[in-house]
Design a protein. Structure first.
Length: 629
């Protein structure tokens, strides 16, 4: 990746340099998807020379083609090879200069991306920065903007800030905090009591019922166009119904997706259409993702019960964490393939726990067979489910090597189990990827792949290092904050619907209770602290105590987060930074968070503080996503 960042022209990463800044035309951020077309911008500056220089070069990089004009005379025409844009060009300026003032204009052209420029000449004191001017039409000029500055989306200003939202609702949250925190303080002297005497199973059912009530309230209230690429997902179902075959990636916007959820959705729609009007039947397809969201909570509960079998209090905290995780809630409201793929990936993770931490009476003989079938179905739901194969391999290796008397027999056992799991995976899902290879030349073609004949791009259109090294705007203006940085985008989409279900206009924003949603961004600092603490605890348990469950939990989270980092780097668009792409790691998140809660609640005062804050967070999330009429 480091090599690609530096040299690969297909990866739009702007390497920084102290001698100059990358700049672009200062124009409003657009949430619309840009189609094919040339983007041309002009950049100019003035400089003076006191004497004719003997040897002066202009160092130049631009994405992707340039014209260089000095005093109205073209001295460099655009290169025919746009793939050389990362290589620094040095243009001799001395033959074109005489004592006095000069005007330098650099025209930058790009296709399927923004026009950005980097230029420097130390002898002439030329360096691209905010002092340059830029223009989109060659007539109207204004100050250029450093490419590292990402202005907030105008829509973000239409929402309360998280601090304002929390401050205006402090009486409600104050009462909740005092009630729960106070009760915990009063009754917390008992050794590790479940909060208020509730049993985990009762809390699990209460959460599932509350979730189902919210789902029933929302299913017909949310507008039909709302959701992430919902139109494309419904087109896939329509294609199946009309053509009676699975489409190829070249057949439409979302036709590159794996087919499982659409093969379920098509007959479900036919059944619903017999009972309801077509428009209502389309909305009721949301039953599928809502069921997946409910199953995610159940899977997390089962993982918690296995790992923390003797700790009712931690099982309850983990069930509340999973039950009210915003990215699972808002993602599950709309028809698409992500909820099903995430649920199946979570099921694989939870079932792999059975391999390494079985109950005394459990028989794991058939577990590899179930894992193979589930992994195949997950890959038929979405290709990104391949990521869960990494922690699965670790679980198989750990189980095989730890249960055999010698390394040799352990390796043989691991190879046999791996063969069963991935052999069944190939049987269940292999046909689809072989079909792609036959027709398209590759097992998988991504939605951003130009070979599909569908060219598009989104802002910002490039990446800079600061996007991956900073954090903070998510706590101030979380709406579409992924345009400003990776970690802000990850935090905001993890803890709230910060992309407002992909609405690009205020009128299309889903009818959430946005004040509570914004307040939840700050209240989520409590479970965020638990997650961060849990990672440290899990590393300690995996490294120093050799506890396999923490090794595969950390591996699961790491592989999903690193895959998302890779995706954001290779696809430099705001749509690439969505935490729910890691929803397949949800049980691992729950386990690690609970490890953090365990550490943070060891004394009575901190337990009261954590329980009170968690209660406020739960209230904020539930009210936020209980859609208004």
């Amino acid at each position: 990746m480091w090599h690609r960042i530096r040299f690969d022209p297909t990866l739009a990463f702007l390497s920084s340099s102290s001698s100059a800044e990358w700049i672009q035309h200062d124009e409003p951020v657009s949430l619309e998807t840009h189609g094919t077309g040339k983007v041309a911008r002009g950049f100019k500056t003035r400089f003076a020379v006191s004497a004719t220089p003997s040897d002066t070069g202009l160092r130049l990089r631009a994405m992707k083609r340039v014209n260089v004009i000095v005093d109205g005379k073209v001295i460099a025409a655009p290169s025919l090879d746009a793939l050389q844009w990362k290589s620094e060009q040095i243009l001799p300026l001395a033959p074109h200069l005489s004592p006095g003032e000069h005007e330098l204009i650099i025209l930058v052209e790009n296709e399927n991306g923004p026009a950005v420029l980097w230029a420097s000449s130390k002898p002439l004191d030329i360096r691209t920065d905010a002092s340059w001017q830029s223009s989109a039409d060659g007539v109207n000029w204004r100050a250029a903007r450093p490419a590292s500055d990402h202005p907030a989306v105008p829509m973000a200003g239409q929402f309360e800030s998280p601090l304002q939202a929390l401050g205006s609702r402090w009486p409600i949250f104050g009462v909740v905090f005092l009630l729960v925190g106070g009760a915990t303080w009063v009754f917390g002297n008992r050794p590790r009591p479940p909060p208020f005497g509730f049993r985990p199973a009762i809390v699990r059912w209460a959460v599932l019922v509350a979730w189902a009530v919210m789902a029933a309230n929302n299913i017909l209230k949310l507008p039909a166009p709302a959701g992430f690429d919902v139109g494309g997902h419904l087109d896939y179902v329509s294609y199946l119904l009309k053509n009676h075959r699975i489409p190829l990636a070249t057949d439409g916007w979302q036709m590159f997706q794996s087919p499982f959820v659409y093969l379920i959705g098509a007959p479900l729609y036919l059944m619903l259409a017999k009972l309801f009007a077509p428009g209502t039947a389309v909305l009721l397809l949301r039953i599928l993702p809502l069921a997946c969201g409910l199953l995610q909570i159940e899977l997390c509960y089962r993982a918690l019960r296995r790992v923390f079998s003797q700790r009712a209090d931690l099982q309850i905290l983990g069930t509340l964490f999973a039950g009210f995780l915003p990215m699972n809630i808002y993602l599950s409201q709309y028809f698409g393939n992500e909820p099903l793929a995430g649920m199946l990936s979570s099921a694989i993770f939870v079932l792999s726990l059975k391999l390494i931490q079985p109950d005394g009476s459990e028989n794991v003989r058939w577990t590899p067979w179930w894992l193979g079938v589930l992994f195949g179905l997950a890959l038929l739901a979405k290709v990104s489910a391949v990521l869960v194969g990494f922690p699965l391999l670790i679980a198989i290796a750990w189980r095989s090597l730890s249960s055999q008397p010698s390394i040799t027999t352990g390796i043989i056992r691991a190879a046999r189990t791996t063969g069963v799991v991935f052999g069944l995976t190939a049987v269940v899902a292999g046909w689809y990827y072989v079909r792609n290879y036959i027709h398209l030349g590759r097992p998988f073609v991504g939605g951003w792949d130009l070979s599909r004949g569908i060219a598009w791009w989104q802002d910002p259109g490039y990446r800079v290092a600061s996007e991956f090294l900073t954090f903070g705007p998510a706590l101030v203006r979380p709406v579409y904050v992924g345009l400003e940085g990776f970690w802000d985008g990850f935090y905001a989409t993890y803890w709230c619907d910060s992309d407002v279900s992909s609405a690009v206009a205020l009128a299309a924003v889903p009818p959430w209770n946005h004040g509570y949603m914004m307040a939840g961004v700050l209240l989520a600092l409590a479970p965020s602290l638990a997650l961060g603490t849990g990672i440290v605890v899990a590393v300690r348990n995996a490294v120093f105590r050799a506890e396999a469950v923490w090794l595969i939990a950390l591996a699961c989270i790491a592989v999903y987060v690193f895959a998302l980092l890779h995706h954001a780097l290779t696809l430099p668009y705001y749509c690439a930074i969505k935490a729910f792409y890691t929803i397949g790691a949800m049980p691992a998140y729950a386990l690690v968070a609970v490890a953090g809660f365990d550490f943070l609640t060891r004394v009575n005062w901190s337990r009261a503080l954590v329980y009170g804050l968690m209660a406020c967070w739960v209230v904020s999330v539930y009210v936020a996503y209980f859609a208004r009429t």
